[in-house]
Write a protein that binds this ligand. Structure first.
Ligand code: GAL
Length: 664
C-alpha cells in the first residue's frame, strides 16, 4: 500500500535531502508527490528545461525505497510566461484581471496557455516516461480552487458560443431553450451571446444577478467542461508517451466542477482531505460522505493525495490534530476506500504564502508527536494491508448527486434556507446514524445493484432519467424523492406539468400547493417517524394512488399529506414533501430502510462511532472508528478477531479515544 508525503525538495537545501529521505523511510513512507508547483524551476526560461534537480531528488528518495508521483506544474504559470502572454490571465465577472502573485492565474481555454501547457507536460512525460521510480502523474493541482471555477474573459466567451453551437445547432433552438423572449433577450447572431457578467439586478447570490437561468446553467456546464477539457489535453499529452497511471487531486464536496465528468479521463481519483481548517471544521460524517463521493466517481477505490497532518491555515491557524486523530482520519479514509494515503506536507515551509501550513514536521524539521503517530500508522497499515488494500465497501443504499441540479438550486434555491448539498448531507447523515453504509453516485450509475436509492430534490428532469428510474423501481427497487423533485426541465425552465412533473406517475401523488417557510415559521409533521418539524418547505400532497405516511399538523395544512409511498411494479416510491429535523428524518429513513430490507452494519448505533462493512476476496469484515475523545464500548456479534492486536473480540469491542478496530 502506498503511504507517503507531499514533498518539496526545492524548498530545502540540497544537504537536507538525504536526511529527509531517511526520516521518511523510518516513518514507513514509501511514496512522495513532487513538482506540482515547480514550473519556474523546471523551465526557468522558455524552452530551456532543467530536470537535473528533480532527477536527483527522485534518486535520493529511491535510495530509501521511496517512489514518486509527479505533478504537472500548470497551477503556477511562471512570470516569464505571463509577461509574454498576459492574455492568459483569468478574468472575474467584473472584467477584472486576476493577476500574478498567488496561483491558478490562468484561463482554461486560452490557446497560448494550451500551447505552453503541452510544452512543459510533453517535456516532463518524455523525460520520465520510463523512469523506474516514477509511479504516477497528477495533473495540475486542485482545479477550481481559490474560486477559479469560472473565467469571464473574451476567449471564454468565444468558446462558450462554440460550445452552445455544438449543443443547440441553431439560434432558434437556443432562444427556445433559454426562453429569451423574456425581457427582450432574443439573440439574432451567435456573437451577441454574453457571459453572465456583472449586470443590473442584484440578488442574494452574486452569481445569479437576475441572469437568464438557462444561460447561467449552461455557463456553469461549459465552465466545468472547459476544466475537463483542459485536463484531457494534459492526459493525452502524457498518455501519448508514458504508461504510468494518471490522477488529479480533487476537493471532496467542491461544487464548481462536475466531478463525475472530470473523473472519466483519469485512471484513478485522488483527493485532498483537511478536516480541521481554521474557518471550517468538518464533521466526521461530512468527511465520510466526501470519501464516498470520491469512491463513487469511478465506482472504484481512490487515493488521498493530501491528508492533513498538522495544524493548518494561511493567515490564521486551525486546531492542532489531537493525539490519535491523524491516525483516525487515515483509517477513516482507508475504511471508505482509500488505497493510498499521502500526507500534506512533509515539512512546514519557512517562506511563501503557506508558512503556517504545518505538516508531519514543523519548520525545524525535528520528528515529534505527529511524526511518530504517522510512523505507527504506516507500520500498522503495512501489517494490515493484506486485509485492507483493495477491499470494497459494501453498500445497499445509494444517494444520487447531480452537479446540474446543484448549480440550478444554487442560482435559485427556492427558499433562503435551502441548500442542495446540505439536503444530500442530511440524508447521508441519517444512514450513518442508522449504521447503514451508503454509496454516493451519479444518475448514470448502475442503480440496479441497490436496494434503496435516494434522490433528494432532483429538480431538473429528462425523459431518459424518468425511464431509467421507472425500470429500476418496476424491477423491485425502492426510490426516495423529495420536495422540489421534477420542477424543471434539463434546460432549467420550470415544467408546466403538475408537480412533481415527470415523477408524478412514479410517486402516485400530485403537489396541490406548496408553502415556503420563512421568518422562523415551522410546521409540525406527524406520521410513521413520530412527531417531526418542517422548517424550510412543505409540499401539500394529493395522493393519486399513493398511501399517506405522514401529514401536516399546522394551521392551514392540517391533515394534508406530507409523506407518501406508492407501489410501482415490484418496488416502492417514497415522496418526502418537506424537510424534517434530524431526529425525525433519521427515524423516517430507518423505517424506509427496514421496508427495503437494508440491514444496519451493526445494531445499536452510537454517537461518534462509525462502522464500515467491507469485503475482500469473498470475506467480509468491519472497520470501527471512534471519533469521540472518550473511550467507547461497542457491542459486536461473537467470533471476530481484531486485526491490529490479533485479539479475539467477545461480545463487545473496546475503542480508545479516537480509536480504531478492524474486525475479521
Ligand atoms: C491544498 C493545495 C495545496 C496546499 C494546501 C494548503 O488545497 O492543493 O497545494 O495549498 O491546500 O493550502
Amino acid at each position: 500500500m502506498y503511504f507517503g508525503a507531499d514533498y518539496y525538495p526545492e524548498h530545502w537545501p540540497r544537504e537536507r535531502w538525504e536526511q529527509d529521505a531517511r526520516l521518511m523511510a523510518e516513518a514507513n513512507l514509501n511514496v512522495v508527490r513532487m513538482a506540482e508547483f515547480a514550473w519556474s524551476k523546471l523551465e526557468p526560461e522558455e524552452g530551456t528545461y532543467d530536470f537535473s534537480w528533480l532527477d536527483e531528488a527522485i534518486a535520493v528518495l529511491a535510495e530509501q525505497g521511496i517512489k514518486t508521483v509527479l505533478g504537472t506544474p500548470t497551477a503556477t504559470p511562471p512570470k516569464w510566461l505571463m509577461d509574454k502572454c498576459p492574455d492568459i490571465y483569468m478574468k472575474d465577472r467584473f472584467g477584472r484581471v486576476r493577476g500574478f502573485g498567488s496561483r491558478r492565474h490562468y484561463c482554461y481555454n486560452n490557446p497560448n496557455y494550451h500551447r505552453y501547457t503541452k510544452g512543459i507536460v510533453a517535456a516532463m512525460a518524455e523525460h520520465y516516461k520510463d523512469h523506474p521510480h516514477v509511479v504516477g502523474w497528477q495533473i495540475d493541482n486542485e482545479f477550481g480552487c481559490q474560486d477559479t471555477g469560472q473565467c469571464y474573459c473574451e476567449v471564454c466567451r468565444g468558446e462558450f458560443v462554440r460550445w452552445l453551437q455544438g449543443k443547440y445547432g441553431s439560434l432558434e433552438a437556443l432562444n427556445k431553450a433559454w426562453g429569451t423572449v423574456f425581457w427582450s433577450q432574443i439573440y439574432t447572431e451567435w456573437d451577441q451571446i454574453i457571459l453572465p457578467t456583472y449586470t443590473v439586478c442584484e440578488d442574494s447570490d452574486p452569481r445569479f444577478h437576475g441572469h437568464n437561468p438557462g444561460l447561467l446553467l449552461d455557463f456553469f456546464r461549459f465552465s466545468s467542461d472547459s476544466i475537463v477539457g483542459y485536463q484531457k489535453l494534459q492526459v493525452d499529452e502524457i498518455r501519448g508517451v508514458a504508461n504510468q497511471p494518471i490522477t488529479h487531486n480533487l476537493m471532496g464536496h467542491f461544487p464548481e466542477i462536475d466531478y463525475f465528468k472530470l473523473g472519466q479521463d483519469l485512471d484513478f481519483v485522488s483527493w485532498d482531505n483537511y478536516p480541521a481548517m481554521p474557518f471550517h471544521k468538518s464533521s466526521y460524517q461530512s468527511v465520510a460522505m466526501a470519501h464516498d463521493l470520491m469512491r463513487g466517481i469511478k465506482n472504484q477505490n481512490f487515493w488521498v493525495m493530501e491528508e492533513q497532518s498538522g495544524p493548518c491555515g494561511w493567515s490564521v491557524l486551525g486546531d492542532t490534530p489531537a493525539p490519535g486523530q491523524i491516525r483516525l482520519w487515515t483509517y477513516q479514509a482507508v475504511a471508505h476506500g482509500a488505497d493510498a494515503i499521502v500526507y500534506f506536507r512533509w515539512r512546514a515551509c519557512s517562506f511563501g504564502a503557506e508558512e503556517y501550513w504545518y505538516g508531519i514536521l514543523d519548520h525545524d524539521g525535528v520528528p515529534r508527536r505527529r511524526y511518530r503517530e504517522i510512523q505507527q500508522t504506516g507500520q500498522e497499515l503495512a501489517q494490515a494491508a493484506q486485509v485492507l488494500e483493495g477491499a470494497k465497501v459494501l453498500a445497499d443504499v445509494a444517494i444520487v448527486k447531480s452537479y446540474d441540479n446543484l448549480w440550478s438550486h444554487r442560482f435559485q434555491p427556492h427558499n433562503a434556507k435551502f441548500d442542495y448539498a446540505a439536503l444530500l448531507y442530511s440524508y447521508y447523515n441519517t444512514f450513518m446514524a442508522n449504521n447503514i453504509n451508503t454509496d454516493v453516485v451519479s444518475i448514470d450509475a448502475d442503480l440496479g445493484k441497490y436496494k434503496l436509492v435516494v434522490m433528494p430534490a432532483f429538480n431538473l428532469m429528462r425523459e431518459d432519467i424518468r425511464i431509467k428510474l421507472e425500470k429500476y423501481v418496476a424491477a423491485g427497487g425502492n426510490l426516495v424523492l423529495t420536495y422540489r423533485s421534477g420542477t424543471r426541465d434539463w434546460n432549467n425552465s420550470m415544467t408546466t406539468e403538475t408537480l412533481p412533473g415527470p415523477f408524478g406517475h412514479l410517486a402516485g401523488v400530485e403537489v396541490e400547493e406548496f408553502d415556503s417557510l420563512n421568518h422562523g415559521r415551522t410546521v409540525p409533521v406527524t406520521g410513521v417517524m413520530g412527531e417531526g418539524k418542517a422548517a424550510v418547505w412543505c409540499d401539500l400532497l394529493n395522493p393519486q394512488g399513493a398511501q399517506v405516511l405522514a401529514t401536516y399538523a399546522g394551521q392551514f395544512n392540517q391533515g394534508q399529506a406530507a409523506i407518501t409511498v406508492n407501489d410501482f411494479g415490484h418496488g416502492k416510491v417514497y415522496y418526502v414533501g418537506c424537510d424534517l429535523d434530524d431526529d425525525s428524518l433519521t427515524a423516517l429513513m430507518r423505517e424506509i430502510a427496514k421496508a427495503a430490507t437494508v440491514q444496519p452494519v451493526l445494531p445499536d448505533p452510537q454517537i461518534g462511532v462509525e462502522v464500515v462493512k467491507k469485503e475482500k476476496g469473498g470475506k467480509e469484515f468491519l472497520v470501527l472508528l471512534n471519533h469521540n475523545s472518550n473511550p467507547v464500548t461497542v457491542p459486536v456479534p461473537r467470533g471476530y478477531t481484531e486485526v491490529l492486536s490479533g485479539e479475539q473480540v467477545e461480545d463487545v469491542c473496546q475503542l480508545e479515544p479516537f480509536g480504531v478496530a478492524i474486525l475479521t
